[in-house]
Ligand binder design. Sequence first.
Ligand code: FE
Ligand code: FE
Ligand code: FE
Length: 164
Amino acid sequence: MAKITNLNELFVHTLKDIYYAEKQITKALPKMAKNATAPQLKKAFENHLAETEDQIAKLEQVFELIGEKARGVKCEAIDGIIEEGKGHMEDIEDDATLDAGLIASAQAVEHYEITRYGTLVSWAETLGLDQKVIKLLSGILAQEEATDQKLSSLGEAGLNKMAA
Ligand code: FE
Ligand code: FE
Ligand code: FE
C-alpha cells in the first residue's frame, strides 16, 4: 500500500478497495445464483448482480467527479469472504442447507459493503466533497441495506427452516 498521509488519500484508497470488491462480487454472484435451489433466492442473486453492475458504473462516476482514475486495489477482506462462500458451495450437499449457507455468505458480503459505504459517505461529508459524490455513495449504501434485508426475510420466510 502506498503511503497515505491524509483523509482524502484514505478516501481514495477505500474507494479503490470497494471498486475491486464490487468487481469480485460480479464474478461471485452468477455462481451463487447457479447454486441456489429456491427460485426466490436465485432471483434475488440475479437482481443483485444487475444492481452490482450499476454500482460499478456509479463508482466510476464518483472517480470522475473527484478527478481520479477508476482503479481497484486488492481487498483481502472481500477475497476471504468470497472464498469462504465457495467453500460452502463445495462442501454442503443438502439443497436447503446450501441455500441457508448461501444466504449467510451473501449477507457477509453485504455487511462488508455496508461498512465500506457507510464510512465513505461519512468521510465524503467530512471532506466536503461534491454533493453528487455523497448522493451516489448513499444510493449504493441504500441498495446494499435493502439487499441485506431481503436476504434476512428470505431466510426467515422459510429457507432456513427448510434446512433445519
Ligand atoms: Fe455492491
Ligand atoms: Fe478491503
Ligand atoms: Fe451488495
